[in-house]
Structures are given as structure tokens and as C-alpha cells.
Design a protein around this ligand. Structure first.
Ligand code: ZN
Length: 304
């Protein structure tokens, strides 16, 4: 059984408080992970707009106790409060991620902009957004990032064009079951996609009365021998209010004799046998507990 831990850092509080806490826990347990940091401003307050546009957003906010999960200030950034820079707020902290042996990739520049506006912006605008994120990474680390994870699992053909142009080694943009090359009709993008395969805590928390311990049980139960799973956690959630629950999950998974791997190492392995990877379509779909849609790997049609 193998498990890749993908850690999305969407907010300032997730970066400044969640990342150090997670680095500590991962260090103690000797677990390598892949961090994806939103490099630009924290505009989380603008996500409140989703109240009016996404069915189910308000229910999700109430069910998960969002103000407790994210903090009130975070919920006002970009509206009543100016949106502070995330990565540039603590360059030393950003450098600590690869220094500790973890992977560091891009989680876009402005997370909320990508998540909410992607279908309405041009390839050039998406490319500009990626380049801004890359610039911040390069200024702080001295080299370019080679991996990218789409904010909010939002991906479009225009985004794929932009990501191909920016020459990423691999991307993790979608939800699905196994790695693939994104395709649409006859068109195939030469971009290795490694999807998130498991549900996230913020989706399932409170759903049918689920508590974090129930979530942990479900994750452990879905790990199968011979499979490589990708679990996404959020620095602002599992790195703060749910840190104890996440640590419990880590410890439970450790007892199963799991092999942890970074997405980067998984990608290297996959590139060695890329001819055998499927070409598959991606499409927006709904997931239990998540408001709006996310981009999902479309299952291959099985012959009748
Ligand atoms: Zn995110």
C-alpha cells in the first residue's frame, strides 16, 4: 500500500500556522509530503461570493463550522480587509519545506481567482497567473517549481494549454482514480496528471454527522494493497483545528506498514512507463460534501 500526501496551502493562516505544525508532525513520524502553496494574495473573503453562486456553499460553511476552521480574519481578506501576500509573508518558512525533504509546488497565485474565474479567463490570463506564482517561487527559492496543483481542483482546456506552455513535470489538478494524460476527442495534452484519489476532511466533516475519527476510519478502510492513493489535506484545517485528528490518522496509517511517497517521486516512476498510461477526458462533476463542481477524471468506458 502506498500513499502520497498532498498538502494544499490556500491561506495566510494555513501557511503561517498550519505549515510549521505540519512540518513538525511529519518530521516526528518521518513522513515525506508534497506541499502546494498559493504564492500570491489571500483573497479568501471573496470566496463568500460563492454563497450566492454555488448551491450548497452555505450549508457546507455551517456544517463544517467554517469560521472555526479558517478563522474570522481569513474570511474577510480581499473584501473588508486587504488580501495579504501568502508565500512572501515568510520566505524562510517557504524554504523550510524543501529543506526538510518535502516537495514544494505551486498552488496557483490567487487561489480564489483561479477557483472562481477559471472558465471565464483566457489562456494568456491563466499563463500570467502561473508566471506570477512562478516568479514568487523563484525569488524566494532561487529556482522554478516543476509541479502544479490547480486551486479548487478547477481545470479547463485553456488551463491545460497554459500549463503545457509553462513546462511542468507533472500536475495534480483533478479528482480521480489513477494517473493519466488529459485528452479531449483526438487531442491529448502532454501533461502527466496525478489526481487526488480520496475524499477530503473538509468535505466529509459533519456530513451525516461524521466526526474526524469517522473520516479517519473511512480513509484507512479505502487503502488497498497494490494501489497508490493520493490524499489531499489543507494546511489551514489539518494543520490547525484538526491537527490532532490528522496526527491520529498518520499514526494509524503507519501501523498498516504503508509506504509514503512524494508526488514528485511518483511522477518520476510514472514517466519511466509513460507509454502505458491512459489518455482520459476530464469533466466538471459534483462530489459528496463539496459545493459547486470540481474537475474529475472521466472513467473509461468499459466494453459491454
Ligand atoms: Zn486549495
Amino acid at each position: 500500500m502506498r500513499l502520497a500526501l498532498k498538502i494544499d496551502v490556500d491561506t495566510l493562516v494555513g501557511f503561517q500556522e498550519g505549515v510549521p505544525a505540519l512540518l513538525e508532525v511529519l518530521g516526528v513520524h518521518g513522513v515525506p509530503a508534497s506541499f502546494f502553496v498559493a504564492m500570491g494574495p489571500d483573497h479568501s473573503g471573496r470566496a463568500i461570493r460563492r454563497l450566492f453562486t454555488h448551491k450548497g456553499f452555505w450549508q457546507k460553511m455551517r456544517r463544517t463550522g467554517a469560521p472555526r476552521l479558517y478563522g474570522l480574519k481569513t474570511m474577510l481578506y480581499g473584501t473588508l480587509l486587504p488580501g495579504p501576500a501568502i508565500a512572501a509573508s515568510a520566505p524562510d518558512l517557504l524554504r523550510r519545506i524543501p529543506a526538510a525533504g518535502h516537495e514544494l509546488g505551486l498552488h496557483g497565485f490567487d487561489h480564489v481567482y483561479w477557483q472562481d474565474r477559471l472558465p471565464h479567463v483566457s489562456t494568456a490570463a491563466i499563463q500570467a497567473e502561473i508566471r506570477r506564482a512562478q516568479q514568487v517561487h523563484e525569488q524566494i527559492l532561487g529556482y522554478r517549481a516543476i509541479s502544479f496543483a490547480a486551486p479548487g481542483w478547477q481545470c479547463t482546456p485553456a488551463a491545460l494549454d497554459a500549463l503545457v506552455a509553462e513546462r511542468f513535470y507533472y500536475v495534480s489538478n483533478t479528482r480521480g482514480t489513477s494517473p493519466y494524460f488529459p485528452a479531449q476527442g483526438d487531442r491529448v495534452w502532454p501533461l502527466l496528471e496525478i489526481p487526488t484519489t480520496l475524499p477530503t476532511l473538509d468535505e466529509l466533516l459533519g456530513l451525516d454527522g461524521r466526526r474526524p475519527a469517522d473520516f479517519n476510519r473511512e480513509i484507512v478502510a479505502s487503502l488497498r494493497p497494490g494501489q497508490t492513493h493520493v490524499l489531499t489535506i489543507h494546511a489551514e484545517v489539518e494543520g490547525r483545528v484538526c491537527l490532532q485528528d490528522f496526527t491520529a490518522l498518520l499514526e494509524e496509517v503507519q501501523t498498516l506498514g504503508i509506504t509514503w511517497l512524494r508526488l514528485l517521486d511518483y511522477a518520476t516512476e510514472l514517466w519511466q512507463q509513460w507509454q502505458h498510461l491512459p489518455r482520459q477526458a476530464m469533466a466538471p462533476n459534483t462530489l459528496p460534501g463539496r459545493a459547486g463542481t470540481v474537475t474529475c477524471q472521466v472513467p473509461r468506458e468499459t466494453p459491454p
